[in-house]
Design a protein around this ligand. Structure first.
Ligand code: XIL
Length: 760
């Protein structure tokens, strides 16, 4: 006996555990009751909004394409099929262990222009219909459990067939039976449905649908069921007429599926209307549970965010079981509990996060399936004890009025009519006064005149400070401007650019960066140094030099570098007198000095000239001038070259000539040639190539002939070459010279007198 009582206790315990483990999703609850519950899929959010497909996978065990399997979508051109969306939908369903309804093969709406405008014969239209059905149904053979083969073939007004349908017009009423035959041929195992709206209860249209399908059954057409679209207007309740209708279809051996349910509400929606709507959905679930031939409920979408209702029925909306934010509505809970699910408390909420602000903490968490509300609880020590601070229906809460600097510990639990879940994991948060600080990196900046530099400004926000911070700079030197990019930000960084004009004040200053926002002002400083632009100057010491012919003189060149100019500077000289060269040691330098040495050849032009020294480097060119005076004091020739020559090519006379080249101006000139009177030699003439300003004379003695050429007083000779002074002798065949024949040339150039002598 004692043993039996223990067994009984164990049995009761097991039962209660079963209750706790009650299904929390529609699909689990429906599966437990042998139902399919599904939704029409809009491909756009299906592909782009993760929560959309997540909710589908979690809540439903059958899917239908809202548009993707319609004729125009799948068969856009006569020889083109597009399976992309349909394939994706079927693959998703299979991956999530869901069934698929195919919607729809033959319908007067959403058929392509190539078909309606194609001028096809009746036989061609039949062939196109057959090809379409064979291709589409064949592709998903064994994978799509049921097809809406023919959709909305019955007229709204008279209970007759819709005669304005393309298919009816081009084929005749037998298009319906044909479509079923073709579909059966393509997939003998698929359940084939006739689908329509406003045929769920009693009335002319329901009767017409019944008559249509009973006719098909009697003809042996392969039809398995009737789809009731179930587009309803709130409030809607299942009536006896619905049950009677389902039962008469059952007598034909036909199934019924609820294929497109929604219950549209006249906007704006009230809580009372949502509760009424819940009754409609609950009724339909209970109807399916009670009717042996009704085992599938599909809603036309599932979230009010994506529903055809607002677009097709102006002023209506909120027709589905999840709201715009994917939160379950009363209609969802009603379906779940009608399916026997959700009788325990909701699962523990997950994903609790806390963000501390100024005297407040923002909390958010993931929705718990089947929850109608949440309790937010707080403690000042980790682990509790917790005090409930709010009961909310959304999945977020902002706890205000908190003491800054105190750490609070939060948990959240989920509630519904069946009770409260355990607490979630705990999260801490410490509210802080709204504040911000500024910092600059780098904190010191060196820029040249004419250039700019940047520093990154960081805004460190605390206590939920989220205001825009406007930035400005003060304490700038004259000629320096500051820009911030951005100038104002709700973010955490900006870039400060400081730009110095060419004339900006140089030196070091402290720049203050000020941020203002949310009633707060914060500053940071950075040290700015403005340097001159890179440059150099050149000077020479001494800056005037005398160079003797045949000698050298040097001057020291100094480079003064500013603005960090570090380039190499190369030297060159121009404007030097003829015969004067300049050399530099070193010829280029990254240092500050070099030596220029001027060397005058013995023939260098005498007199003054300005030699320009040029230094080039870093794209800059600077010059300094050295006043040069080339002097004759060095034993030179004053730029005058004297060349003696002998012309002996005449049988009648010989002559000895002096040729004179001068680079400077000659102001006095005396050329004297003395020839020895050897046997037979006599004076035979003299000439010059200069002209009348040369006075000529000669003196003949027993021993010598002296030829004299003299520049007349007050005359001068400019620069010239090969001026010839010739001493001609008779005495045929007697060749001078002898080393005894001599010349003496005395001249004045550059104010200096020179004498050159020699012999022939
Ligand atoms: C609707 C879709 O929801 C819309 O997105 C589309 O623009 C038009 O068709 N009966 C049916 C469905 O059988 O195919 C219809 O779907 C809604 C009415």
């Amino acid at each position: 006996m004692l043993h039996r009582i223990n067994w009984l206790a164990l049995l009761l315990l097991t039962l209660s555990l079963t209750v706790v483990a009650e299904a929390q999703t529609l699909r689990d609850a429906a599966a437990a009751r042998g139902l399919r519950v599904g939704a029409a899929v809009n491909m756009n959010p299906f592909r782009n909004e993760p929560i959309y497909s997540q909710t589908l996978g979690r809540e439903f065990n059958i899917l239908v394409a809202e548009n993707a399997m319609k004729f125009d979508a799948m068969h856009p051109a006569q020889n083109t099929f597009n399976f992309t969306d349909a394939d994706a939908l079927v693959a998703f369903a299979e991956a999530n262990n869901m069934a698929v309804r195919g919607h729809t093969l033959v319908w007067h709406s959403q058929i392509p222009g190539w078909l309606t405008g194609g001028n096809f014969t009746r036989d061609q239209v039949i062939a196109i219909m057959r090809d379409h059905i064979m291709t589409v149904v064949g592709r998903y053979r064994g994978r799509i459990a049921a097809w809406d083969v023919v959709n909305e073939a019955v007229s709204d007004n008279n209970g007759q067939l819709r005669t304005d349908s393309f298919w009816h017009q081009r084929i005749g009423p037998e298009y319906i039976a044909m479509a079923f035959q073709f579909a059966h041929e393509a997939d003998p195992d698929a359940k084939l449905y006739y689908n329509d709206y406003s045929a769920e209860g009693s009335g002319a249209k329901s009767d017409a649908v019944f008559n249509l399908v009973s006719g098909l059954v009697n003809q042996g057409v392969p039809i398995n069921g009737v789809g009731w679209q179930m587009h309803q207007i709130n409030p809607f309740r299942i009536q006896q007429a619905n049950r009677t209708n389902a039962q008469r279809l059952a007598t034909l051996g036909l199934e019924v599926s609820i294929t497109e349910m929604d219950v549209r509400i006249s906007l704006p929606t009230t809580q009372q209307e949502l509760d009424e709507q819940a009754l409609a959905y609950r009724d339909v679930v209970e109807f399916c549970l009670s009717q042996p031939n009704v085992k599938t409920i599909v809603t036309w979408g599932f979230t009010d965010k994506f529903s055809w209702i607002p677009g097709f029925f102006s002023g209506f909306g909120d027709a589905l079981i999840f709201d715009m934010n994917y939160q379950p509505k009363p209609a969802y809970s009603a379906m779940l509990s009608a399916l026997g699910g959700g009788t325990g408390p909701p699962p523990v909420p997950t994903g609790l996060t806390a963000t501390a602000g100024n005297a407040q903490v923002q909390l958010s968490w993931n929705a718990s399936t089947g929850a109608t509300g949440y309790n937010v609880k707080r403690a000042t020590t980790s682990g509790g004890p917790y005090t409930t601070v709010a009961a909310v229906t959304s999945t977020s809460f902002t706890n205000t009025g908190l003491t800054n600097g105190t750490t609070f510990f939060y948990v959240v639990s989920a509630t519904n009519a069946n009770g409260e879940s355990a607490n979630s994991g705990e999260v801490p948060a410490t509210p802080l006064a709204a504040n911000f600080s500024l910092s600059a990196n780098p904190t010191s900046l060196t820029i040249n005149r004419g250039a700019s530099g940047t520093s990154a400004i960081t805004i460190t926000r605390s206590g939920g400070f989220s205001s825009a911070v406007a930035l400005s700079a003060g304490g700038l030197p004259s000629g320096v401007t500051a820009t911030f990019n951005p100038a104002s930000t709700t973010g955490t960084s900006s870039t400060l650019t400081l730009t110095a004009s060419a004339a900006a004040t140089t030196g070091m200053v402290s720049v203050t960066v000020t941020g203002t926002g949310g009633g707060l002002t914060r500053t940071t400083t950075l040290v700015l140094t403005v340097n001159p632009a890179p440059d150099f100057t050149l000077s020479a010491n001494p800056s005037s030099l005398t160079v003797n012919q045949g000698a050298s003189a040097a001057s020291t060149l100094s480079i003064t570098r500013v603005g960090g100019f570090a380039g190499s500077v190369a030297f060159s000289a121009t404007g030097l007198p003829s015969g004067v060269t300049a050399s530099f040691n070193p010829p280029s330098t990254t240092g500050t000095s070099s030596t220029v040495t001027f060397t005058a050849s013995s023939a260098a032009t005498l007199g003054s000239a300005n030699g320009a020294i040029t230094a080039t480097g870093g794209g800059l060119t600077r010059t300094t001038v050295i006043a040069l005076n080339v002097s004759g004091g060095g034993g030179g020739t004053g730029g005058v070259t004297i060349t003696p020559a002998i012309n002996a090519n005449s049988p009648w006379f010989n002559e000895e000539v002096i040729r004179l080249n001068n680079t400077g101006t000659i102001t006095a000139l005396s050329v004297t040639i003395v020839i020895q009177r050897t046997t037979g030699v006599g004076f035979n003439g003299q000439y010059n190539t200069v002209g009348g300003q040369i006075l000529q004379s000669n003196t003949v003695t027993a021993a010598t002939i002296t030829y004299q050429f003299t520049l007349a007083a007050g005359q001068s000779l400019g620069m010239g070459a090969d001026r010839t002074f010739a001493a001609q002798t008779s005495g045929a065949g007697t060749i001078h010279p002898t080393s005894g024949d001599t010349y003496t040339v005395t001249y004045t150039t550059g104010g200096v007198s020179f004498t050159q002598t020699g012999h022939f």
